[in-house]
Design a protein around this ligand. Structure first.
Ligand code: SF4
Ligand code: SF4
Ligand code: SF4
Length: 297
């Protein structure tokens, strides 16, 4: 070992003591091995080759050669020898990987990839900012936050505690449509388009998905403005809940403020689940008990 290497000292977080490394991210299994849940911080929506190499090294050296990719983009490394936790955390830490994404906290932020051609408005930077501010924050129960670049909702925002979906308002240009064209009407799943005397109108059933714009062969339709729909109180699990809409056409800054407010109100207004003195309500249960208006006020 060279002189330089021997001088190198890494400030390692200690399990259960330092913020970001909580015992809940490291599950003890059978007393000798643990499962470690890890993710990149700040959230980058993807893992680098160097990080994947680190995970490979860790699972080969300290684990059982297996790794699981969770639905929220965490790597879960099972069966790591308990006595090697410090070494594993050190290897992960050097690669920008931290224990996280478990327990009663803000779970790993989930966004679509930024290369998807369907996205109406980018969500990755907003997701990263929210992760930087609130990722792993202790909460009364787990909180999933999902961002989708369009209404296809690949990141499942409707079933997240807080869901952010990019939407667009469709404008009809001053052009007459060909008589036989009904492409946009066919593409709209919400019966929101009508055609009278060669002119298209959009009624109030519109959900701002913008599918009709893609379908128009004559560029009569275009996206006039974009923004986010925010839904709160969704959840997956045995009792699935769909989030309630709390904001429409907000910009990045407003969305950030609303997310922070929802997290704050959740901490302030939560109660124990009926009949339990240990488990606190999920966000959706608080909203169901109080009503959305009271919860937000
Ligand atoms: S939700 Fe839309 S933008 Fe995001 S990955 Fe799916 S299709 Fe692409
Ligand atoms: S934006 Fe979506 S819901 Fe609205 S008219 Fe177009 S296809 Fe229909
Ligand atoms: S708006 Fe476009 S798709 Fe719809 S009828 Fe007119 S030309 Fe066809």
């Amino acid at each position: 070992m060279s002189d330089n290497e021997s001088e190198f000292k890494l400030e390692m977080p200690k399990v259960g003591i330092i913020k970001g490394v909580l015992a809940k991210d490291i599950e003890v299994v059978g007393g000798k091995v643990v499962n470690i849940r890890t993710c990149a911080r700040p959230y980058k929506n993807m893992y680098s080759v160097a990080q994947l190499r680190t995970i490979k090294k860790v699972i080969e050296k300290y684990g059982s050669g297996k790794v699981h990719l969770s639905p929220r983009h965490n790597f879960e490394i099972p069966e790591v020898k308990q006595k090697e936790i410090e070494n594993v955390l050190k290897d992960l830490y050097i690669s920008g990987l931290f224990p996280g994404g478990a327990g009663t906290s803000v779970r790993n932020i989930f966004t679509c990839p930024d290369w998807c051609s369907k996205q109406i408005r980018p969500v990755q930077e907003l997701g990263e900012r929210v992760s930087f501010n609130s990722g792993d924050k202790d909460m009364p129960n787990k909180v999933a936050i999902s961002f989708a670049g369009c209404s296809n909702s690949c990141s499942r925002p409707q079933n997240a505690d807080i869901g952010i979906t990019a939407i667009g308002e469709v404008g009809v240009n001053d052009k007459t449509c060909p008589d036989d064209c009904k492409e946009c009407i066919r593409s709209c799943q919400f019966d929101a388009m009508e055609k009278h005397n060669g002119t298209i109108t959009i009624n109030d059933k519109c959900t701002y998905c913008c599918k009709c714009v893609e379908s128009c062969p004559e560029t009569v339709l275009s996206i006039k403005k974009t923004g986010f729909r925010i839904t709160v109180g969704g959840k997956e699990g045995s009792n699935v809940m769909f989030g309630k809409e709390c904001a429409l056409f907000v910009d990045d800054f407003e969305a950030f403020e609303i997310i922070e407010k929802v997290l704050r109100h959740y901490q302030e207004k939560v109660a124990f689940r009926p009949g339990s003195s240990k488990k606190k309500e999920r966000l959706g249960e608080v909203i169901e008990r109080l009503g959305l208006e009271d919860f937000m006020s």
